[in-house]
Design a protein around this ligand. Structure first.
Ligand SMILES: [Zn+2]
Length: 254
C-alpha cells in the first residue's frame, strides 16, 4: 500500500511528465474519445478542454469529462435559432459534474447568419454571458467575422474570464483582448497574422488549441502549436507548454 505522501509524489511527477494542454477541441465528435485522450497523454497532453455547442454535443460532453478531460457547454451561434430554448438547461448541466468548468463555445458568427440570424445569435450570446457571470465561470468564445461586435457585447457584460477560441483578430485586436485580461487561443494553422498576434502578446495571455477534429487531427497536435509559439517567444517548448497549462488552471479554476 502506498501512503498519502507517496501517492501525492506520484501524482506530482505524473503532472510533470504531462505538461501540455489542448485549450479547445471537440472530443464528442470522435467515436472513441477516451482512446484519443490516452493517445494525447502519451504525447504529453495531460489536460484537454472539450467544447459542446448544441444540446447533443453538451450531453455527450457531460459523459466524456473526467480526470484531465474538462468541458465547457453552450449553445453556439450556429445553433441559436434551433436551440435558444435549451439555454436554461445549461445551468443544470453545469452543476452536474465538477469537470464542466465554463460556458462555450458561444458568440457570434456572421458566416452562419442565414442559418441563425444575427439578432437571435446576439440575444442567446448575451443570455449565456449572464449565466456565466452569475455563476462566476469563464466563457469560451466563437467569433467569426464578428469581432468588434463580440468585443462590445463582452465589455458591456459583467463577464471576467474570456477565452477567444481560434482567435480571428489582428495584433491590435489581440492587444485589446489582453488589456481586458482575456486569453487568446492559437489554432493549428500557419499564418503571418497569427505570428504577429503571438509576438505582441505576453506569454501569459496565450493558450494553444487544436479545435480537433475540425482543424487539427486530435489533441496531440497541440504540440506543434506550442512549438511554434515557443519558437516565436524564444522560450523552450516545455516551458511554454507548462506556462500555458498554469494559465489555464488559474483561469478555469481547475
Ligand atoms: Zn470549436
Amino acid at each position: 500500500m502506498e501512503n498519502l505522501s507517496q501517492i501525492t509524489t506520484r501524482r506530482v511527477s505524473l503532472e510533470e511528465e504531462i505538461p501540455f494542454t489542448d485549450a479547445h477541441c471537440h472530443l464528442d465528435l470522435f467515436s472513441e474519445p477516451e482512446k484519443i485522450f490516452m493517445e494525447a497523454r502519451k504525447a504529453g497532453v495531460g489536460i484537454v478542454i472539450t467544447a459542446g455547442g448544441n444540446s447533443e454535443g453538451n450531453i455527450k460532453t457531460l459523459d466524456i469529462v473526467h480526470g484531465g478531460i474538462y468541458g465547457v457547454v453552450g449553445i453556439s451561434p450556429e445553433f441559436m435559432l434551433l436551440e435558444a430554448w435549451k439555454i436554461e438547461e445549461l445551468k443544470d448541466i453545469l452543476k452536474r459534474n465538477k469537470n464542466i468548468i465554463g460556458i462555450g463555445e458561444i458568440g457570434l458568427d456572421a458566416v452562419m447568419a442565414e442559418k441563425s440570424p444575427l439578432e437571435i445569435q446576439e440575444k442567446g450570446f448575451i443570455k449565456q454571458l449572464e449565466i456565466a457571470s452569475s455563476m462566476e465561470i469563464p466563457v469560451v468564445i466563437h467569433s467569426r467575422k464578428s469581432l468588434s461586435r463580440t468585443f462590445e457585447i463582452l465589455k458591456e457584460s459583467a463577464i471576467k474570464n474570456v477565452v477567444f477560441h481560434y482567435f480571428e483578430g489582428n495584433e491590435n485586436d489581440a492587444k485589446a483582448a489582453e488589456k481586458e485580461g482575456w486569453l487568446v487561443s492559437i489554432p493549428p494553422i500557419e499564418s503571418s497574422r497569427l505570428k504577429r498576434v503571438i509576438k505582441v502578446l505576453d506569454i501569459e495571455s496565450i493558450v494553444a488549441e487544436t479545435d480537433s477534429p475540425a482543424v487539427g487531427r486530435n489533441p496531440a497536435d497541440v504540440l506543434s502549436v506550442i512549438e511554434k509559439i515557443a519558437e516565436l517567444k524564444g522560450i523552450s517548448t516545455v516551458e511554454t507548454g507548462e506556462r500555458m497549462t498554469k494559465t489555464i488552471k488559474e483561469y478555469f479554476y481547475v
